[in-house]
Design a protein around this ligand. Structure first.
Ligand SMILES: [Zn+2]
Length: 465
């Protein structure tokens, strides 16, 4: 029962002063049963007590504040270390104290804390085990306890991102993002910045201090068959979250991410990735599917680069754009009928503009595959200078070759994301090409890529602080 409902009772009492006490009793009775229905648990609500109190109030004149059943709290978790989790909950209107319950596997719930605070650090959690918690928000009035329970929520210390198999998929990304949100609620937030043609989410996973005045954007998997870049981005996110209170390759994570929020679009082309991993049949929209079957590359979809409309997303940005460049719609190279014609391109550009407009964007890292190369040429003035700094650091960390000699003799690339970032958004930007085999990269490449790239984004962020 909330304040409004009690005010209602009080009001109805005042208005019906002259009516017999039986009507008060009926009124109070209705309110109690409504509360019992809406609240998770009512420890002790003695209907006759409330009725009696109502009658007392009527006879004694002034209306006395009545006990409220505290509102339900909402639980969240932040893993603080390998054996520690902070359990937090939202403030409950009307609660005087909170009782935290915990349960392991088939054992019953036990009280782990009784507190007036909104958090509790549980230092007795073991990796791999699943725990369930709920919090009881309670208050005592006139010797009776009024309480409601939060929904129970489970927590587990685990590694979520699977880097042992090749086809790290869109549905795995969705599940892992959900797990990050559940296990690291203080350090991560997630936005959907757009939807693909086949209605898959384009996620923006933000790690670190959401209110930081500086941001870095990492974009992975623009090209479908380069989906190991999504796996790499997700593994980086997990490493930084897991070690938030520690360090990664000697860099204290907190000291960087408290000052700079890192935005990740780990899978910029989820439709294309689905085509490359599982074939055109997994595209849900019948019209898209029908068109795809007629495109060039439809017979060998494992090497698909484009999106579900046969547009190469790294030719679709509004920079040196040429309409219908690269022949026809197909597995790679087609620029589209107009700049940013594709929802994926719009989603990335939208986020870039937002970060530019709020003056936080310090740099962009693009992940592509393959070749073990870093690109850092182009730009002018401060953008060029900062890009060069990012480029030199990336080469030092990864040992990758220079992309300088790969400049096209036929002028700038059509609609490339990196040119768009540097020339239109005016942000420093580097591109890394991971791996040494043909795409899709075999999973045997991952461990070497990981050694070279685990700390890369964190160190680029530190450089740009
Ligand atoms: Zn690429």
């Amino acid at each position: 029962m909330n304040k409004k409902q009690y005010k209602l009772i009080a009001l109805s009492l005042a208005m019906t002063m002259a009516v017999s006490s039986i009507s008060y009793a009926a009124n109070a009775d209705r309110k109690v049963s409504a509360a019992a229905k809406t609240d998770n648990e009512v420890l002790t609500v003695a209907k006759k007590d409330i009725i009696r109190k109502n009658e007392t109030k009527v006879s004694s004149g002034p209306v006395i504040e009545k006990p409220e059943i505290p509102a339900k709290s909402k639980l969240s978790f932040t893993r603080l270390g390998s054996k520690k989790v902070k359990v937090s909950w939202s403030r409950s209107a009307g609660a005087e104290k909170y009782i935290l319950y915990k349960k392991t596997n088939s054992n019953g719930y036990k009280i782990v804390a009784t507190t007036t605070k909104l958090k509790f650090t549980d230092k007795k959690v073991v990796a791999g085990k699943r725990y369930k918690y709920y919090v009881k928000s309670a208050r005592t009035y006139d010797g009776k306890t009024y309480a409601s329970n939060s929904n129970a929520k489970s927590f587990r210390i685990a590694n979520f991102v699977n880097t042992k198999h090749q086809k790290y998929s869109y549905s795995e990304i969705c599940g892992d993002i959900k797990s990050f949100k559940n296990a690291y609620s203080d350090y991560v937030s997630v936005k959907v910045v757009g939807k693909s043609n086949d209605k898959r989410n384009i996620y923006d996973v933000v790690i670190g201090n959401k209110k930081a005045k500086k941001t870095l954007l990492v974009i992975g998997n623009i090209h479908a068959r380069e989906y190991m870049t999504a796996q790499l981005c997700m593994a980086q996110i997990e490493s930084y979250l897991k070690n938030y209170n520690g360090s990664v390759k000697g860099v204290k994570v907190k000291s960087v991410l408290n000052k700079m929020a890192v935005h990740y679009i780990p899978m910029a082309n989820p439709d294309g990735t689905t085509i490359s991993q599982f074939g055109i049949s997994k595209i849900r929209d019948k019209k898209l599917r029908k068109a795809l079957y007629k495109m060039s590359g439809a017979s060998h979809t494992a090497t698909w680069k484009a999106n579900a409309r046969g547009v190469d997303l790294n030719r679709n940005s509004n920079s040196h754009f040429k309409a219908n460049h690269g022949g026809k719609r197909g597995s790679e190279g087609f620029s589209g009928t107009s700049a940013a014609s594709e929802p994926e391109t719009k989603a990335i550009a939208g986020l870039l503009k937002q970060l530019k407009n709020n003056k936080t964007l310090k740099g962009v890292v693009n992940y592509h595959a393959m070749g073990s190369i870093v690109f850092g040429s182009g730009g002018s003035g401060k953008v060029k200078k900062e890009t060069q700094k990012m480029y030199r650091l990336a080469r030092k960390i990864t040992g990758y070759a220079s992309g300088d000699s790969y400049g096209s003799s036929s002028g700038p690339s059509v609609g490339s994301m990196r040119d768009y970032v540097m020339e239109k958004i005016k942000s420093p930007c580097i591109t890394l090409e991971i791996g040494v085999a043909g795409c899709p990269l075999p999973i045997s490449q991952f461990s070497s890529i990981w050694r070279k790239n685990e700390s890369l984004v964190l160190r680029e962020a530190k450089l740009l602080l």
